[in-house]
Design a protein around this ligand. Structure first.
Ligand code: PEP
Ligand code: MG
Length: 533
């Protein structure tokens, strides 16, 4: 029996799992016997078509978010620019598999060298489609990763994740990876534990591993003590799930009886099908940018109106806060956001982009104004930095409202508020007195206060270190909100961190908006807070 080895990486998706180890990159390279350039070109064309067909079938079986990821790969495969360099190589006598691999690897290297975390994360998609076409070219066909295992590799591709059967559990341990990659996003939404950036991960000789996605700990060949710890963690997780469900069913109150609103953050209306509206106090943040897709046609007024109305109808009168388009930063949208900015987090994002693309902004505002009569809508501006931006956004809204009214179209003016996610309004909220409510975006506020990019693992500790500063800013905002009689809530990830709830409530907050997956856990954390203590 090999010795137990303890490794530590960065958490990317919480949960615990113990099972057999499987190397993701274990496929043996197979080469094809090359034919004439015409034959090789035809073989490449057929293999790409087979890969597209496979992906199209896969996209039909998965949810909307996953289908988008697959759609990105299909679009890449359909783009002649991807296969052109391989075709040129084939014309010079190179067999199709070598030509394809070499050509795509050049592109992978370009993506990996990008300064932008988003593009670096997309390199995994390219490797994924490279391997899929290779499997057809070399006659290996489809390769599935086994479920019920701890997968170990440099990176796992999104479609291999989606083709894996996770119903019997499983986990992912990566030497590379990124917490903002599509795979990490998928792992979190499926509850598959994942740890990234595990250095020194040599698994030869080990058969089994234990992964704790919340702490980032990975144990190879766990001994009896480690297995006991794992069993205890699994029991805790099961019990926590039951307790979470019990708390989710009741309104949140502190131990001394103070009511606290707990709302949810959503990215699409489809997510709501799995959520019982009675478990939450409304939608505290709808990230409307997820309606806009890379390179795709922008969603028109009617499509947006239908989505917004669906959210409002689902909420049955509870408040629904829809944030206007917050693209840019770590959420670039091809064809919409500005290309080539040196520092996207400090660039044309959020409301700045809406002012730069007033046509897109006006379309969204008309859809929102039309949806407003269907429930309790609140519209929120992202990245407000200067008080004038509030006046400008409201003036555009009022113009669109007036034009809808003039055309006899049913519409209404919702409350207009702002995210507090830039230091300026967090430091001097009184200058932003045109806002009808504040919602604290702790994710961006933290990165701007700490000068530490939210997607850079290397400076993650700095962001954690400024927590007391953020709490002080929260207390100041709440005090100002009380004095002015406006609501102050929080919708950044800090609200969904159970270790922060005590301080947030003591700072005076009474409205939290969190990811649906942690709703029960946060209500439980609220119940353990004693404000008088
Ligand atoms: C935030 O910045 O805290 C926030 C809620 O917005 P996003 O995470 O979408 O930037
Ligand atoms: Mg933000």
């Amino acid at each position: 029996m090999p010795h137990t080895v303890e490794l530590r990486g960065h958490p990317a998706s919480p949960g615990v799992f113990c099972g057999p180890l499987v190397t993701v990159d274990a496929e043996q390279p197979v080469t094809r016997a090359g034919g004439s350039p015409d034959d090789e070109r035809a073989a490449l064309k057929t293999s790409i078509a087979q890969a597209i067909e496979e992906l199209t079938r896969l996209a039909e079986q998965v949810d909307e978010e996953s289908a988008d990821i697959i759609g990105f790969q299909i679009a890449m495969l359909e783009d002649p620019e991807l296969s052109q360099p391989a075709g040129d190589e084939i014309d010079c006598g190179t067999p199709a598999d070598i030509a394809w691999k070499t050509a795509v690897e050049v592109q992978v290297a370009d993506y990996e060298a990008s300064d932008d975390e988003y593009f670096r994360a997309r390199a995994a998609d390219l490797r994924d489609l490279r391997d899929r076409v290779m499997r057809h070219l070399t006659g290996l066909g489809k390769s599935r990763l086994p479920g019920g295992a701890v997968l170990v590799g440099d990176d796992v591709t999104p479609t291999r994740f989606l083709e894996t059967d996770w119903s019997g559990g499983g986990g992912i341990v990566l030497t590379g990876g990124s917490a903002t990659s599509h795979v990490a996003m998928l792992a979190r939404s499926r509850g598959v534990p994942m740890v990234i950036g595990v250095s020194g991960c040599k698994i030869a000789g080990h058969r089994e591993a234990l992964i704790d996605g919340a702490s980032g700990e990975v144990t190879l060949s766990p001994d009896a003590d480690a297995l006991l710890r794992f069993e205890a963690l699994s029991r805790q997780a099961e019990e926590a799930k039951k307790t979470d469900a019990e708390f989710a069913a009741k309104p949140a109150r502190t131990a001394d009886g103070e009511p606290v609103a707990v709302m949810i953050n959503v990215a699409s209306a489809d997510e709501l099908d799995a959520i019982d509206v009675a478990t939450c106090d409304g939608i505290g943040l709808m990230r409307s940018e997820f309606l806009f897709h890379d390179g795709a046609a922008l969603p028109g007024e009617d499509i947006q109106f239908t989505v917004y109305r669906r959210l409002l109808e689902w909420a049955e009168g509870r408040p629904v806060t829809i944030r206007t388009l917050d693209a840019g930063g770590d959420k670039p949208i091809a064809g919409l956001t500005v290309d080539g900015e040196a520092n996207t987090f400090l660039g044309v994002r959020g409301i700045r982009l809406s002012f730069a693309r007033e046509d897109v902004f006006r379309t969204q505002l008309r859809a929102l104004a039309r949806a407003a009569p269907h429930g309790t809508l609140k519209v929120m501006w992202p990245m407000i930095t200067h008080p004038d931006e509030l006046d400008r956004a409201a003036a555009i809204f009022d113009e669109e409202l007036a034009s809808l009214k003039a055309a006899g179209i049913e519409c209404a003016r919702p409350q207009l508020g702002m995210m507090v996610e830039v230091p300026a309004p967090a430091i001097a909220p009184d200058l932003f007195d045109a806002a009808e409510f504040f919602s604290i975006g702790s994710n961006d506020l933290t990165q701007y206060v700490a000068a530490a990019a939210r997607d850079n693992v290397a400076v993650m500790a700095l962001a954690e270190g400024v927590r007391p500063v953020i709490e002080r800013l929260v207390a100041g905002l709440v005090k100002y909100g009380h004095a002015r009689g406006i609501e102050v809530s929080i919708c950044g990830d800090l609200a969904g961190d159970e270790s922060a709830v005590n301080q947030l409530l003591k700072a005076g907050l009474r409205s939290l908006s969190v990811a649906p997956a942690v709703l029960g856990r946060i209500k439980a954390a609220v119940a353990s807070v004693r404000l008088e203590a």
